[in-house]
Design a protein around this ligand. Sequence first.
Ligand SMILES: [Zn+2]
Length: 318
Amino acid sequence: MPGPNRKRVIGLWPSLQERNLPSPLSATWSPPQDKILITTYVNDLSKHLHDTYNVLFSTDFCGFLGNPLVAIDCLKMVCNDEIKFGLEAVAFKHVIKNLHPKSLNGTSEFIGGYHGRIGWSASDARTLFDHSKVLLLDSQITETQLLLQIASQFNRPIYVNIHEGELNSNLGNIQTNSTTLVVENDISPESVDKAFQLSDKLGIGRIYDLVHGGRSRPNFNWYKDWKVISDEMKKFRPTLVHIPIGTDASDSLPNIMPEQFWEELGKLRNELCFFPIVECQWGINRGSIICEPHKDPWRIRYLQAKLKILVDNDVVKK
Ligand SMILES: [Zn+2]
C-alpha cells in the first residue's frame, strides 16, 4: 500500500490488550509491572520508523573498518529522492563518537537505530569461522549499556539491536525501560524461541533475521524450504526484519531467490507491519573489511537492483 494508506497499516499494529494475550511461543508468561510502559516504547519506535522512513540500511555495506557516514552519500544515489532511507549504524568503537547525536549535526536525522553486540551462542550451528568472526566483531562493538545511554540522548526513539545471546548474558544489568532495545534471533536452533521469550518477558521489540532463520535449520534450502521461514515469522511477529542481500554467501540470502518468496515477504510486511532493514555484506574479497561504496558504481547498481525487488514486491513501500 503506497503513501496515504501507510498510516492505516500502523493503526493495525497490535493493541496493548492484544499484545498482553499469552503469546503462541510461550505457554507460561506473566507481564512485568512496567509492561505497559515498555510496550508503549515499542509502539512508539514502530510508529516513528514507519512515519519517518521507507527503509533502513545497515552500515555493514561500508565494510567493518569503513566510514559508516559515507553510507548516506551512497544511499542518496541508490534511492534517488524516491525512497526515504535511514541507517542502522553498526556501533563500532572506532566510529561511535562520530555517530553520537551531538557530533552528527546535519546527519542525525538519518540514524534510525544502532546494531550492538552479538554475544555468545553455545551452539553447533556456529562454525569455528563464525565464532572467531563474532568474537572479533564484539570486541570492536560498543558495550551494550553505553550504547543504550547514547541512544537515549536523541530526541526520538532510536533502537539498540543486540542478539539474543548478548541480551541473555546481560539481563541483570540492562535497563530496558531507558530506551528502545530490540532483540535479534541468532543462528542456533533455539534462538528464535529464546529471542521471543526474552522480548515478551521484557516487553521489548524483536528483529527477525531471515538468514539466521535459515541457518538455524540443518540442511536448509531456500528454494524448497522458504515457507518454513514465513510460518516462523507469523509466530514471531517481528517489529523489524533484517533482509540480508549482500554478496557474502555466509551471511546473505542466495543471489537469486524464488519470486514467490519476495511476494510472500511483501504480504507478511502488510500483515505483520514489520519495518524492513536491508543488510549488505560484500564478503572478505569484495569489501566487507573496508570499502567506499559511494565511489563504486557497481555497488550502487547492485543495491539499486536489490531495492527494486523489495519495492516491486511491497516489502519496501514508497
Ligand atoms: Zn541481522
